[in-house]
Design a protein around this ligand. Structure first.
Ligand code: E4P
Length: 220
């Protein structure tokens, strides 16, 4: 399972990349705003910096909502770097833009997907990734993992090439659930990824190993 960082924070991206466990990055307008990035030039400069740090796919979301606008923005974003994946919302115009961008060999990430029906259309249009928003589904009382599982089953049955990208991750358990059902990629906030490192028994075990080592060294 690929692990993407769901953040626009460069320090957090660098930290995860240094561990050697980062396969890519996803951003959205809210995450860019959280970093205080204002204005078109600043946004493009920031994407360039992320792409210099990360070799894998970096999802950059379009702001336009009309077909022509999404196409123009998608082409411009992809021109920043080869590894930019154009993130397009799951709307009729978005699906049309994904289909056109796919014909131009520009990779896309269809975002705001909440149902198997939407996922079928995104794959049909040629989306490279389909972002299923787990946390937001769970928030409204719909078991997200059931939707994710259904989409995986459909893609397998149909031989769809789109990759299932679990998004809107709220906690490490979401990441583990995704791995269990065979999700292609998960994008999670850095804090949720880093929580996977920890277990109290690991800390206790390491402390004991080192204490035993020191005891013998002092006797020698
Ligand atoms: C990433 O691709 C999505 O935009 C993101 O995971 C949404 O997360 P949220 O539901 O926590 O805003």
């Amino acid at each position: 399972m690929l692990i993407f960082a769901d953040t626009a924070n460069l320090d957090a991206i660098k930290e995860l990349n240094d561990y050697g466990i980062l396969d890519g990055v996803t951003t959205n307008p809210s995450l860019m705003a959280r970093e205080g990035i204002q204005g078109r030039d600043a946004v493009l400069t920031h994407y360039r910096a992320i792409c210099e740090e990360v070799n894998g796919p970096v999802s950059a979301e379009v702001i336009a909502t009309d077909y022509e606008g999404m196409l123009a923005e998608g082409r411009m974003l992809h021109a920043i770097a080869e590894n930019i994946v154009v993130k397009v919302p799951m709307t009729p115009a978005g699906i049309k833009a994904i289909a056109t961008l796919a014909q131009e060999d520009i990779p896309t990430n269809c975002t705001l997907v909440f149902s198997p029906g939407q996922a079928i259309l995104a794959a049909k249009a040629g989306a490279s990734f389909v972002s299923v928003f787990m946390g937001r589904l769970d928030d409204v009382g719909h078991p997200a993992i059931e939707t994710v599982q259904s989409i995986i089953d459909i893609y397998e049955a149909q031989g769809a090439e789109a990759m299932v990208l679990a998004a809107s991750i709220r906690h490490p358990q979401h990441i583990i659930q995704c791995a269990e059902v065979g999700v292609d990629a998960v994008t999670a906030p850095p804090a949720s990824i880093k929580q996977l490192f920890h277990h109290p028994l690991t800390d206790i075990g390491l402390e004991k190993f080192l204490a035993d080592y020191r005891k013998v060294q002092q006797q020698a």
